[in-house]
Design a protein around this ligand. Structure first.
Ligand SMILES: NC(=O)c1ccc[n+]([C@@H]2O[C@H](COP(=O)([O-])OP(=O)(O)OC[C@H]3O[C@@H](n4cnc5c(N)ncnc54)[C@H](OP(=O)(O)O)[C@@H]3O)[C@@H](O)[C@H]2O)c1
Length: 300
């Protein structure tokens, strides 16, 4: 199978490239090699290629910057995916496009299903939602996979920042009143090929590791796993911060930068549809985080 991956330099795209390069004929494009903001170039380069599956893991993911660079965010996160779907239609190829739990407003207190109404509260969420709609409007069996709190070895994320901080400081804190589910890039890479086939129905699909946690619980579990793996840390417990604090905290005081965009308080994704389609359940987030730390931190 010939697969093209966009965003191959990112956290998820790099993991997919690593995972599939032995088994498939893969071409990966990082940001410098293909800029989704230049849609003419995107058409010219991809039109000239042959592929069965196009995976779009590229996005303007800086949630705060999206608030101030709206035009750019809209081209990359909304218009770009629609153009990719059109390119795929012309080749009878399948598009797998990634989206986010941030399309929801976070008012629900039970896992969001694919049928729940998207109601973004940030421009990042709005632009990603528009991208989903553009892909679905072009139709033809393309898949939009919504994921949450992505972590993995290819690019540092929240969990890595927390571990680093715990290695440097005796006291660390994380937000205790914001909930979703960490999702391991390797688990996304393992499950995705089930949807490569053109015959598999398209539409929106939620995928995350199972369970739910706050950022404080997530960070605490990471520290516990580090201790279990014999990795020495200065901090052993994670203190609680409030989400409302994050708009005024400066980098260095709370582990996070000053926030501009609003974030959903609760954005757990239901994986019931995934389980129904595949007959399997994603593994629990604690297991996935423990696996990541054992594999990638024990060696550091
Ligand atoms: N990370 C999360 O927690 C999370 C949560 C929910 C959903 N998602 C979604 O998952 C997908 C993958 O995200 P990720 O975690 O892998 O984020 P990431 O590490 O930021 O990767 C995104 C990639 O897109 C590239 N990119 C940015 N602008 C581009 C452009 N104009 N043209 C081409 N490439 C461009 C970035 O390159 P540069 O860094 O060089 O700009 C980066 O390599 C995205 O669709 C994201 O919305 C992520």
């Amino acid at each position: 199978m010939k697969i093209v991956i966009l965003g191959a330099g990112g956290r998820l795209g790099a993991a997919l490239l690593r995972e599939y390069k032995e088994k498939h004929d893969i071409a990966g494009f990082n940001h410098a090699q293909l800029d989704l903001a230049s849609l003419g170039d995107v058409r010219r380069i991809l039109d000239a290629m042959n592929f069965d599956v196009l995976i779009n893991a590229a996005a303007f993911t800086n949630v705060d910057l999206c608030e101030t660079e709206r035009d750019r965010a809209f081209v990359i996160n909304a218009e770009g995916p629609g153009v990719l779907a059109e390119i795929c239609n012309a080749k009878n190829a399948k598009l797998i496009h990634f989206s986010t739990d941030y399309v929801f407003d976070g008012e629900k207190r039970a896992p969001y299903t694919e049928q729940d109404r998207a109601n973004p509260i940030s421009f990042y969420g709005e632009s990603k939602r528009a991208g989903e709609k553009n892909v679905i409007a072009v139709g033809n069996g393309h898949v939009v996979v919504r994921v949450s709190w992505v972590f993995g070895p290819d690019r540092s994320s929240f969990v890595d920042a927390m571990i680093k901080r715990a290695q440097q400081d005796e006291q660390i804190n994380a937000v205790a009143d914001k909930f979703s589910t960490p999702t391991y890039t390797d688990d996304i890479a393992q499950m995705l090929p089930q949807f490569f086939n053109r015959g598999v129905e398209g539409g929106i699909l939620h995928f995350a590791n199972t369970g739910k946690c706050s950022w404080q619980e997530y960070a605490q579990w990471a520290l516990d796993c580090c201790r279990g793996a014999g990795i020495s840390l200065k901090a052993t417990t994670v203190g609680a911060l409030k989400l409302s604090d994050m708009t005024r905290l400066r980098q260095g005081s709370g582990g996070q930068a000053n926030w501009i965009a609003r974030r959903p308080v609760y954005s757990v994704l239901s994986t019931a549809k995934y389980s129904e389609l595949t007959g399997t359940a994603p593994r629990a987030w604690r297991e996935a985080v423990a696996d990541y730390i054992t594999r990638f931190y024990s060696k550091k």
